[in-house]
Design a protein around this ligand. Structure first.
Ligand SMILES: *Cc1c(COP(=O)(O)O)cnc(C)c1O
Length: 411
C-alpha cells in the first residue's frame, strides 16, 4: 500500500475555523432569532470595481474569437502585467525592479507554501507567534518539524513571540536561522513595522546569511505616511529578501485569484558545496515545471486595478474598509478595550478584558452581543488573551456590532 506523508498527521486537524463554525451553529440553533454579525473571517465583502470588471469581461470576450484567443501564457505571467506592477506598485515607492523579477501567480497563500520547494529541509525557519497559519503548517507538511508540544509549538521550528511588550515586532531569533517569515501589515495583529525596524531585519538577515520571506498582502491598507509598503524600500533588502503580494485584499480578488512574488536577481542561496545560486532562477524553474500561469482574463483584470480609473475605485473600497476599522477601533477603545492595529491594516487586535482566555471571550461576545470574531489563541500561543476583529463587512453591521459591544462593556 502507498505510504502517505506522515508529516500531515502532525498538524492540528483544521481546528480554528471549524471550531468557530461549530460554536456559531450551536448558538444559532438555540437562538434562531438572534442576528449574528460575523467579524471573524479574513475575507473581503465588497464586489470587484467597475474598471476591473470591464477588463475581466473584455478578457473573456477575447477568448471567444480565433484572432484574440489565448492559450497557455508564460508560466511567470504576462510581461505587460509584470511591467504594470513594476511601474505602478513599485516605482512610486522608489523601488526599481525588472519584470523578470516579478512572478505572477494564483495567490500568495500558494506562493508562501510553494516556496519551500526550492529550499533544503535542513534550513532553520523562524516564524512569528501569533502567525498566519500557512507559514507554520507548510513547514510541518514538508517535514521540517517534529511533533507539536503542549503549548502548540512544533519542535524544530523557531517561534518569535509578537507581544504587547515588543510592540508586536518580534525580537531577533536567539539561534541561527536561515529563513525568516515576516508579515507587515500583520495578520492577525494589524500592526506594522517602521523603516528602522525593517532595516534591523535586513541587516540581521545580511549578517546571518538568512533570507526574509516578506508577506505584504495588506500593504494597500497602510494609511500613515512613512510606513514602508515594501521590504525593497529598505537598503540591502534585494540581497536578502523576497516579497509576496496579492490582489486578494488589495482589490477583492479572493475569489478571482491573482498574486505575485518578487525575487530580485541579486538574491542568492548556497548549494550543498557552498557555491552561490540564484533564487530567481530556482523559483523560475519551479514555476515552469509545476505551474502553468494565471488565466488571461484574470491577468487582464489584475492589470486594470492599476489603471487610473481602476485604482481610484479600488482605493475607495480600501478607504471604506479602513473607515470600518476606525469605527471598530474607536468604539471599542471607548468601551474600555485596549486595541492594537486597525490603522494600517483591516484587523483590530484587542486585549480580552480581565484576563479572559480568547475562547471565553469568543463565547461571551457571541452569547451576549451576537458578534463573532476570531480567538487570538488560534493564531499561536502568544495570541492567547487577544481577539481579532475584521473590518471587512457592511457598514450597518459594523456599526451595530460596535453598538452592542459598547452597551455590554461601555461604562
Ligand atoms: C489573505 C492573506 C494572503 C493572501 O492570500 P491569497 O492566496 O493571495 O488570497 C496572504 N498572506 C496573508 C497574511 C493573508 O492574510
Amino acid at each position: 500500500m502507498a505510504r502517505i506523508n506522515d508529516n500531515y498527521l502532525k498538524l492540528q486537524a483544521g481546528y480554528l475555523f471549524p471550531e468557530i463554525s461549530r460554536r456559531i451553529s450551536e448558538f444559532t440553533q438555540a437562538n434562531p432569532e438572534a442576528n449574528v454579525i460575523r467579524l471573524g473571517i479574513g475575507d473581503v465583502t465588497r464586489p470587484l470595481v467597475p474598471a476591473v470588471l470591464k477588463a475581466f469581461h473584455e478578457g473573456v470576450d477575447e477568448m471567444a474569437a480565433v484572432e484574440t484567443f489565448h492559450g497557455y501564457g508564460p508560466e511567470q505571467g504576462y510581461d505587460w502585467l509584470a511591467q504594470t506592477i513594476v511601474d505602478k506598485a513599485y516605482k512610486p515607492l522608489g523601488v526599481d525592479l525588472k519584470p523578470s523579477e516579478v512572478f505572477i501567480s494564483d495567490g500568495s497563500k500558494c506562493d508562501t507554501g510553494n516556496i519551500l520547494d526550492i529550499f533544503d529541509l535542513g534550513n532553520k525557519v523562524a516564524i512569528g507567534d501569533p502567525v498566519y497559519p500557512v507559514y507554520n503548517d507548510t513547514n510541518v507538511m514538508v517535514g521540517r518539524s517534529g511533533e507539536m508540544d503542549d503549548q502548540g509549538y512544533y519542535e524544530g521550528l523557531v517561534y518569535m513571540p509578537c507581544t504587547e511588550e515588543n510592540g508586536f515586532n518580534p525580537e531577533f531569533p536567539k539561534e541561527k536561522v536561515d529563513l525568516i517569515y515576516l508579515c507587515f501589515p500583520n495578520n492577525p495583529t494589524g500592526t506594522v513595522a517602521t523603516k528602522e525596524q525593517l532595516q534591523g531585519w535586513v541587516d540581521y538577515a545580511l549578517a546571518n546569511d538568512a533570507i526574509i520571506l516578506f508577506d505584504a498582502a495588506y500593504e494597500a491598507y497602510i494609511t500613515e505616511a512613512g510606513v514602508p509598503h515594501s521590504i525593497y524600500e529598505i537598503e540591502g533588502s534585494k540581497q536578502c529578501a523576497m516579497e509576496f503580494r496579492s490582489f486578494s485584499k488589495t482589490a477583492g480578488f479572493t475569489g478571482v485569484r491573482c498574486g505575485l512574488t518578487v525575487v530580485p536577481e541579486e538574491l542568492m542561496g548556497t548549494t550543498a558545496t557552498g557555491e552561490k545560486y540564484s533564487i530567481n532562477k530556482l523559483w523560475n524553474r519551479r514555476q515552469c515545471t509545476k505551474f502553468n500561469g494565471v488565466s488571461y482574463p484574470v491577468q487582464k483584470a489584475a492589470a486594470a486595478v492599476y489603471s487610473d480609473e481602476g485604482w481610484a475605485q479600488t482605493k475607495e473600497i480600501i478607504d471604506f474598509y479602513m473607515e470600518n476599522a476606525r469605527i471598530i477601533r474607536e468604539g471599542l477603545t471607548t468601551a474600555g478595550f485596549q486595541c492594537f492595529g486597525g490603522i494600517n491594516a483591516p484587523y483590530i487586535w484587542l486585549k480580552t478584558p480581565a484576563g479572559m482566555t480568547s475562547w471565553d471571550f469568543f463565547d461571551k461576545l457571541l452569547n451576549e452581543c451576537f458578534v463573532v470574531g476570531t480567538p487570538g489563541s488560534g493564531f499561536g500561543p502568544s495570541g492567547e488573551g487577544y481577539f481579532r476583529l475584521s473590518a471587512f463587512g457592511e457598514r450597518d453591521n459594523i456599526v451595530k456590532a460596535v453598538q452592542r459591544i459598547k452597551e455590554k462593556w461601555g461604562k
